[in-house]
Design a protein around this ligand. Structure first.
Ligand SMILES: Nc1ncnc2c1ncn2[C@@H]1O[C@H](COP(=O)(O)OP(=O)(O)O)[C@@H](O)[C@H]1O
Ligand SMILES: O=c1ccn([C@@H]2O[C@H](COP(=O)(O)OP(=O)(O)O)[C@@H](O)[C@H]2O)c(=O)[nH]1
Length: 309
């Protein structure tokens, strides 16, 4: 069941989110490893026959599955052979690195990666578009020393990165309010976690879909709990329209917002329900002023982390 906290008054002044997460600025590199792709295939083809480990078929299936979800082919078009409106995978498909020009994240094997994230605390910060997730994360960074990783910020940074193979794909998905294929988002998040060398993360705006939640917890690290910011649509709409006056975001307009609300209700809310059923959700109402909301958030964190800030 959700646990909720009651409002208490606080006069703490509230800083608007001005901080761009270190994550979004960091230039790091990662290739999708064959195992990542195989895991992706395994998860996206659950009704298919069980894959044989290490088979080339699996890699090709993974690429095809990813391409089918995204509408894009992620392997080099030079290597691909278009046949009657389909693309046949090359025998050795190559995924484009997310950040080709500056490989600052060492390529390490999955076991080492898992080990290095073993003691990591991950808190998912979820809520509808414009609920105030980023605003409250900035407070938690200041008071509790978390690293704030906004999945949306990371995707927008990747979209802008010159030479990104995923730029156009991300742009289309964001404008349409759709959820970018999880392999891209998980790779970006994992890169930033490893590159930061830190062990406390607020993952804001992710997971937005059940398969993302399961995959992240299996492949990266289980979450400690979910902080859920509850907010009625009409309040979020007002905030987003206001934010749209200055944000420059391609999705802060009424058409995209309407689509994002639908995706949140139909696809993302079930993730919150899932964690709620596991007793892993702290729900906070986001309707009041930012400092009132934060007073409630802070109570939760003080209790859980035994720190009185
Ligand atoms: N409690 C609040 N009351 C009024 N406005 C808020 C509140 N929290 C955030 N905002 C404003 O609403 C907009 C959306 O907040 P933001 O933190 O960007 O939301 P999200 O990260 O959930 O999309 C921003 O312009 C922000 O300044
Ligand atoms: O894990 C994620 C997070 C974000 N997005 C995309 O990025 C957009 C903006 O997300 P963000 O969290 O930045 O903004 P919010 O909608 O919460 O204000 C979403 O609508 C999605 O299109 C995504 O595909 N996967």
């Amino acid at each position: 069941m959700f646990s909720s906290m009651r409002a208490s008054s606080s006069a703490a002044s509230m800083a608007r989110r001005v901080m761009v997460s270190s994550a979004a600025q960091t230039q790091s590199c990662r290739m999708f490893s064959a195992s990542t792709i195989q895991r992706a295939a395994a998860s996206s083809t659950s009704s298919s026959p069980s894959p044989k480990k290490g088979s080339n078929w699996l890699t090709v299936t993974a690429l095809t599955a990813l391409a089918a979800t995204s509408g894009y082919y992620l392997f080099s078009p030079v290597d691909a052979k278009p046949v009657a409106n389909k693309t046949v995978a090359p025998s050795t498909p190559i995924l484009s690195p997310l950040k080709a020009e500056k490989p600052s994240v060492p390529s390490i094997v999955d076991a080492d990666k898992k080990k290095s994230l073993e003691k990591t605390t991950v808190i998912f910060v979820l809520g509808g578009p414009g609920a105030g997730k980023g605003t409250q994360c900035a407070n938690l960074v200041r008071d509790f020393g978390f690293i704030h990783l906004s999945a949306g910020d990371l995707l927008r940074a990747e979209q802008e990165r010159p030479g990104s193979q995923y730029g156009e794909l991300i742009k289309t998905y964001i404008k349409e309010g759709k959820i970018v294929p999880m392999e891209v988002t998980i790779a970006l998040l994992e890169n930033e976690m490893l590159a930061s060398g830190q062990d406390r993360f607020l993952i804001d705006g992710f997971p937005r879909k059940m398969d993302q939640a399961l995959k992240f917890e299996e492949a990266v690290v289980p979450s400690k709990f979910t902080l859920y910011f509850e907010c009625p649509e009409e309040v979020m709409l007002k905030r987003l329209m206001k934010r749209g006056e200055t944000s420059g975001r391609a999705d802060d307009n009424i058409e995209s917002i309407t689509k994002r609300f639908r995706v949140f209700t139909q696809t993302s809310f079930p993730v919150i329900e899932h964690y709620g059923n596991l007793g892993k959700v702290h729900k906070v109402s986001c309707v009041d002023a930012p400092e009132v909301v934060y007073a409630n958030v802070k109570m939760i964190f003080n209790e859980l982390f035994h720190e009185n800030k």
